[in-house]
Ligand binder design. Sequence first.
Ligand SMILES: [Zn+2]
Length: 251
Amino acid sequence: MQHQRSITVVLLVVIFFAFSFSFLRYQANNGQQDTWFNTHWRARAAERPLIRWALGLHQAGDGRSDYLHPARSEGFPVRIFLDPAVVIPNGSIEAALPEMVKLLGSGGFDIGTPLQLTSTKETYTSKDFRRLAGQASKMDSIQTPVDIFVLTKDAVSPTQVGSSVREHGIVVFMASIQELTPESNAQAALVTSTILHEFGHQVGLDHLDEPSCIMAAVVEQPVSTSWAPQIVPTQYCPEELAQIAAFQKVK
Ligand SMILES: [Zn+2]
């Protein structure tokens, strides 16, 4: 009798945890930003690697604590993955790095030799770049990386110049940038601003209404009719730096 009762208790506990776990996983990954879990718990849950893994927390911003953690804030490797049909404007990635250091308030970035992807694609779906980022996340890295994928175009939104992918990835759509402007300095500035914008998402920043700030939606999705390449911001504005400083204070 005693034995049967303890089996029942164990079973109930197992069912309870299985149910809670499925519920949390669903709330985390059903595509809605404003679920109870995402609003109240996601940021804290994502700080713990085991929970992040178990609940499948692999969206932009889930790696925020990896970048803002004081003990891990030096020498993040920057790994570049290049579609073989595109060329990165000289110095455009390097130009983003001092601003990224400024945003984090410390640390540094070590840029690696670009790795070429084995084949080119005319356009990439979000599934394509999630797959690339998933493969990159399995590569050995002692430190948290910043993975930059320089690709051709987004399949759904061909004027979009960038996207964040998983929790450590940045996509730059180089063919879309080249279509926006033939001018090489403007192309380089756009690569820099795109990297800074997507890195902003990865450390937890949302869009801002101010068009002269890196986190303006127009930086990621330039509207060709009302947009001039020479005004693209390549430095974080004070609001953005203040938001990250506030995250660090909360920790
Ligand atoms: Zn954005």
